[in-house]
Design a protein around this ligand. Structure first.
Ligand code: ATP
Ligand code: MG
Length: 521
């Protein structure tokens, strides 16, 4: 992280700022010996700092008993607001487990917005963000009840796909002139895929992709006839990988047994995370269930799927952290042996599903896969050529693999939409509304055939009230509007720039020269 801070001038960026504080520290200071209090505050900050680091945020400084953290600087991620909220939920839950004479409680406030961010006085100086955003985050933190997380509307918009919220309406915040809409975060959403979480309500009508969809349906037909198929679906972020998979599922709806393994950017080092999530959802395990109930549900889910049910249930229970009395002798095995046996069992379970019914097995976003799930995936690929399993694996182009080219393995790179498809998609998004031809053309150019960009650019323009739009002589929307980067795309673009050395500088220069400039760099 430190090298990222070298030679960085303060810069204007959209970031997400988090403030967290220890509840009741004044009373604690009266009750506790100063040394014990100091130890407690240190332990509290350590928990907070660890959660911020886990989600790749940056602790900016320790304010009072708590801390201020940035997500989006010095390194941006496409989902900084989501990361900040995950980190805050982890803090709320983990501080209550800090051992000591008193049970600690925290409160957190988060806000996203444009700031000037940097280190005062150069390297080694304080990290600071200047603008309204940190003030609002700090005020939200003071407004939050113990054990709760309050976020601004800007953060809610950016993180709405990933969490359940309660809208608390408009609140007056000290030092902020206008009342602001405040949300309380209740929990992370549990859905089978990222796509489902983000698109619970509505989808833009499908444009194009009939060739790709027919190809997938063709593979499904072959699968049903008993020849396992592997489709590797690669494409840049937002190009429509998940949407195509969604269309495949809708087309064959009730036919297959469906197994969804969703990889996560936050758990790429967490062994078999996608499998754990899939099992918990499929076996309907609730966090409120007792271990006994969870184990009973798990045994029900696995029944008839493996040759040695007792050992399978014990291994999978261990994987899902369900405490049971171990009667299957697993404690005599080394961790490596347990992992190997678990992966073998998981393969056996997947193959057993297909013995009952043709199975659609999806591994989404494997650019974030953990090594153990990758091992499982490779085993599945090597074993399905004569089983009715269609395996669809989606990933972004940065994922490298050396999987064999085999007749039942098809690699498909999803390309950008054509100009006429982009035009159709913008019209679908506008519904009854209209835009000037100039703005229309600007969206086409800026979106570059990527459906996600088309959606975000178009909706950000149509959701801007007309009176706030730039006006031209004809009262038409001017091209200027379409050149602004919507806040929902900002973090994703910054992530890409941060990944390339000198990317920001280059982008600033290119922004002035235009995209068709000669290659002078
Ligand atoms: N052909 C299409 N017609 C209409 N909308 C589309 C089309 N393809 C994608 N979309 C929409 O564009 C958005 C981005 O698509 P999607 O989530 O499938 O991208 P992705 O390639 O899976 O991206 P990521 O790498 O981030 O997972 C979604 O809202 C999706 O519904
Ligand atoms: Mg996707």
């Amino acid at each position: 992280m430190l090298s990222l801070l070298e030679n960085r001038e303060p810069e204007v960026r959209q970031i997400t700022v988090m403030f967290c504080d220890l509840v009741g520290s004044t009373e604690l200071s009266e009750r506790l010996d100063p040394e014990d209090l100091r130890a407690l505050i240190d332990a509290y900050r350590k928990v907070c700092g660890a959660a911020v680091n886990r989600y790749e945020g940056q602790v900016a400084n320790y304010a009072g008993d708590g801390l201020m953290a940035f997500f989006g600087w010095p390194r941006a991620h496409e989902d900084d607001a989501v990361r900040a909220v995950h980190a805050a939920l982890a803090i709320l839950s983990e501080v209550t487990n800090v051992p000591g004479a008193v049970k600690l409680t925290s409160r957190v406030g988060i806000c996203s917005g444009r700031v000037v961010v940097g280190q005062t006085g150069g390297p080694g100086g304080w990290m600071e963000a200047v603008g309204e955003t940190p003030n609002i985050a700090a005020r939200l933190q003071t407004l939050a009840a113990p054990n709760t997380l309050l976020i601004s509307e800007s953060t809610q918009r950016l993180a709405s796909a990933a969490f359940e919220f309660q809208d608390l309406g408009f609140r007056e915040l000290k030092g902020v002139t206008k009342p602001l809409r405040v949300y309380s975060v209740l929990s992370a959403k549990h859905t089978a895929t990222r796509f489902e979480a983000a698109h619970a309500s509505s989808l833009t009508p499908l444009v194009g992709r009939s060739t790709e969809l027919n190809l997938l349906l063709d593979h499904w037909q072959k699968t049903k006839e008993g020849g396992g198929q592997v489709v590797l679906l690669s494409g840049i972020p937002g190009v429509g990988k998940s949407r195509l998979i969604h269309e495949l599922k809708s087309n064959i709806q009730k036919e297959p047994f469906l197994l969804n393994y969703q990889c996560s950017p936050y758990h790429s080092q967490s062994a078999l995370f996608p499998v754990i999530e899939q099992m918990e959802l499929a076996a309907q395990l609730n966090s409120g269930d007792s271990d006994v109930d969870q184990f009973a549900k798990l045994k029900g889910y696995l029944s008839g799927l493996t040759k040695n049910p007792a050992e399978s249930a014990a291994l999978i229970a261990r994987l899902l952290s369900i405490s049971i009395e171990d009667q299957s002798g697993l404690s005599a095995l080394t961790p490596q042996q347990i992992k190997n046996r678990t992966v073998d069992k998981l393969l056996e379970i997947i193959l057993s599903f297909s013995a009952q019914r043709s199975t659609l097995c999806i591994f989404e976003d494997v650019h974030w896969i953990d090594p153990s799930t990758l091992e499982l995936l490779e085993l599945v690929i090597s074993r399905i050529d004569r089983t009715p399993i269609m395996l669809v694996v989606s990933y972004r182009p940065e994922f490298r693999h050396a999987w064999p080219t085999h007749p039942n393995v098809t690699l498909h790179s999803l390309t950008r939409l054509s100009r006429s498809e982009v035009t159709k998609m913008i019209k679908e998004l506008l519904r009854e509304g209209s835009l000037s031809q100039q703005v229309f053309d600007q969206i086409i150019e800026k979106a570059d055939g990527v459906p996600l960009f088309i959606e975000e650019l178009t909706t950000s323009i149509i959701s801007t009230p007309r009176q706030n739009r730039q006006k031209s002589d004809t009262d038409q929307t001017t091209p200027f509007e379409a050149t602004k980067v919507p806040e929902t795309l900002h973090d994703a673009l910054m992530e890409r720039l941060d990944r390339v050395a000198h990317g920001r500088k280059l982008a600033q220069i290119a922004a002035v020269i235009g995209r068709d400039s000669p290659m002078i760099f």
